[in-house]
Design a protein around this ligand. Structure first.
Ligand code: M6R
Length: 364
């Protein structure tokens, strides 16, 4: 049941304010001021290292979480793609927690990576949408994302719910390890509770996204750039676009531009820049100017202050609500999804069942 939407993907994008609210209600105390984990939870004081493994969009959720665990909990984190990790057979020290992220909980490579870690790691954690799945059953602690069934092959609401659970887990780790003040924790939790309303605000700008997407649908190549927390999101934006619109898209960390991809810049290729007005904004803007100086077309996704500062000379600009920078990947997932969705609709591709793709990759 598409609940009045043209595609499951559109329904799942629109559901995000509600499902994220639901995820939060499962992981916050009644007063909303502390994080609670299911079952016996996990005590991060006995853990020195986190290894996160996943595929596709779930891998990008892990890459984002690396920034959170490092910044908030000062914890060393290794992130890998399951198909590489499992055959590389990396050494795993005893005080390591291994965390596997999977919407389906049945991805063959991710499950194999879990089984590899099982005898070595101190504990096996998973972040899953299907609590009965193999990955959930074979972990010491499964953290459900409560996104509800996701039908569209392109992952949307599962991604933002994965991010929500991973941020909450990073906050729990920070609290256990004494690396966050009570005030900062209260601030972030309060911003998280306000996130569904901000997502609604982005969803209300649907028409603006549709107009932009009509322009993207005319092109053969799109480059995505982001720095810091926006880098994994740039990767996710490129994956979403190529999966459902079949437009060639790739993503780079903004700082890598000069090390190669700048050679691709010409008048024909739009460059999507994801950049809230955060501590790294000025650096990203100077990368953006390098693109414009070479005739490149910038689609800037930023907030009000960012637009005020950097809109001059850009091709198109999309304005997001302002949010605590630590939460920006969850909010900026929306423009990534909406641009891909409307571009695919404009091209007339099969949005929910893109060619050659399966929802769950249970064979390698
Ligand atoms: O079920 P999983 O989260 O383990 O699936 C991982 C990937 O196959 C999945 O995220 C894939 O990349 C999606 N099609 C992305 O939209």
């Amino acid at each position: 049941d598409k609940a009045g939407h043209k595609h499951f993907m559109a329904k799942e994008i629109a559901e995000q304010p509600v499902v994220i609210g639901d995820t939060l209600s499962h992981y916050l105390t009644d007063d909303g001021r502390d994080v609670v984990l299911p079952g016996d939870g996990i005590d991060f004081t006995s853990i020195d290292r986190l290894t996160m493994v996943a595929c596709g969009t779930a891998y990008y959720a892990c890459l984002t979480a690396k920034y959170w665990f490092e910044q908030l909990a000062r914890m060393p984190v290794e992130v890998d793609i399951a198909s590489e990790f499992r055959y590389r057979e990396p050494p795993i020290s005893a005080r390591t927690a291994a965390l596997f992220v999977s919407q389906s909980g049945e991805t063959a490579d991710t499950l194999a990576a879990l089984r590899y870690c099982e005898p070595h790691a101190q504990t096996i954690l998973s972040v899953v949408n299907v609590p009965e799945s193999s990955i959930a059953r074979e972990s010491n602690l499964a953290l459900p994302i409560h996104a509800g069934a996701e039908i569209g092959v392109a992952s949307t609401k599962a991604f933002t719910c994965q991010l929500t659970v991973l941020l909450l887990l990073a906050l729990k780790a920070a609290k256990d390890r004494g690396t966050i003040t009570d005030d900062r924790l209260a601030d972030i939790l309060s911003s998280l509770r306000g996130l569904p309303a901000l997502i609604n605000n982005v969803l209300e700008q649907d028409t603006t996204f549709r107009k932009c997407a009509r322009l993207l649908a005319e092109t053969d190549n799109v480059l995505f750039l982001g720095r810091g927390l926006m880098y994994p999101l740039a990767l996710e934006g490129a994956l979403k676009l190529k999966e459902i619109s079949y437009i060639h898209a790739e993503a780079y960390a903004s700082g890598e531009l000069k090390h190669g991809p700048i050679a691709l810049i010409d008048k024909k290729m739009p460059v999507v820049v994801m950049a809230p007005r955060d501590a790294l904004f000025d650096k990203t803007v100077s990368n953006m100017q390098e693109v414009m100086a070479r005739g490149g077309k910038i689609l800037l996704v930023t907030d009000g202050p960012g637009a005020k500062e950097a809109n001059e000379g850009v091709w198109r600009s999309l304005t997001m609500p302002e949010v605590d920078p630590i939460l920006s990947p969850i909010l900026y997932a929306l423009p990534a999804q909406l641009l891909a969705y409307h571009t695919a609709v404009a091209k007339g591709t099969d949005v929910d069942q893109p060619r050659n793709l399966a929802k769950s990759v249970t064979v390698e």
